[in-house]
Write a protein that binds this ligand. Sequence first.
Ligand code: CP
Length: 366
Amino acid sequence: MAKQEKELVSQDNAQGSEGLYAQALRAGLFQDRRVFVPLEARTQFFNESFISIDQIKSPQQIESLFEMADVLEEINQSGGVYSPLKDYFITELFWENSTRTSLSFEAAAKHLGAHVAVRDGMKVFSSATKGESLEDTIHAGYNVTDSDLIIVRHHKDNSSQRARGIAQQYGIPVINAGSGSKEHPTQALLDLYTIRRIIGRTDRLRVMMVGDLKNGRTNKSLAKLLAIMDPNVEIIFASPEQLRSPQDFIDDLTPKVGSLTETDDFASWLPHVDVVYMTRVQKERFKEDEQDLYEQIKDMFIFTPEHMAMMQEHAILMHPLPRVNEIAYAVDNDPRAAYFKQMRSGLYVRMALLHEILVGHQIVTV
Ligand code: CP
């Protein structure tokens, strides 16, 4: 028996038969010499809300999360049952619509054994229609479900900070599933995980983000995460003049990356980048008197097979989805189209995040 196994057995003896060793055995983790790190070695996400990429402390924190995602995928794919969250209740409150994020958080929680309550369409189907505040809704989310963690998507930029302020009163964490036009941190995690899986690294990258960089939140969170992983990362922002990234965002990011280029000509960069990250022009963020502008610029950047032909063989085309017109369906079957793979990454990365926040110990190979 390996040394770590012995340590876990002695912990289990202290905790009873449902301790870590029993869980590891049930998940078959010792078969390929994987063990749980003892509980004292808590992950950096443990018991913390995750509302912004600014909270990430080091590339190692991300690498450790991704290793956990790899392991959880293996367990999932091999039919192993691992239910560390069987005594947990997770509540999703979504004011803004979602397909991927809501569904994948629900699936991630259920794959780990949790009970889940999902409220989508909160703007229409909740007491928000009667004037209830975000704060009171978080009070309800906790008290009505006796929740251990609340996942929030909301149209206000500061919504997850506000939600965290209430959740802290109950000692439970919040995860930001997309807030206004500033942050979508779990999308950035799954985007980077996809890059790592396909390109094989998270540094020495040249990444071009294309489209509505003003209103988009996924591009902002991913750019910040890339800068944390590698201060030499090269970033190109390609957008129509009216949809450029906000100047305060550019000013903040510029000193943290190797180079940052803004352009309205995405085609000429295609042969030179590792990643093309297309984004949707966000109709819902244009004011009523800006609808003409939306019509004018919504189809300015459309990625076609001709564009794919200009990309390098190892490069990938990404999109957080949903798409409207910005990627032609004709490129979907090209092996470099990575946007459907991103969705599957979301399941395992969100499983890993829930595991790190609520369970808190890691799994390592010895
Ligand atoms: N990428 C993303 O956030 O998709 P949904 O809006 O469908 O959740």
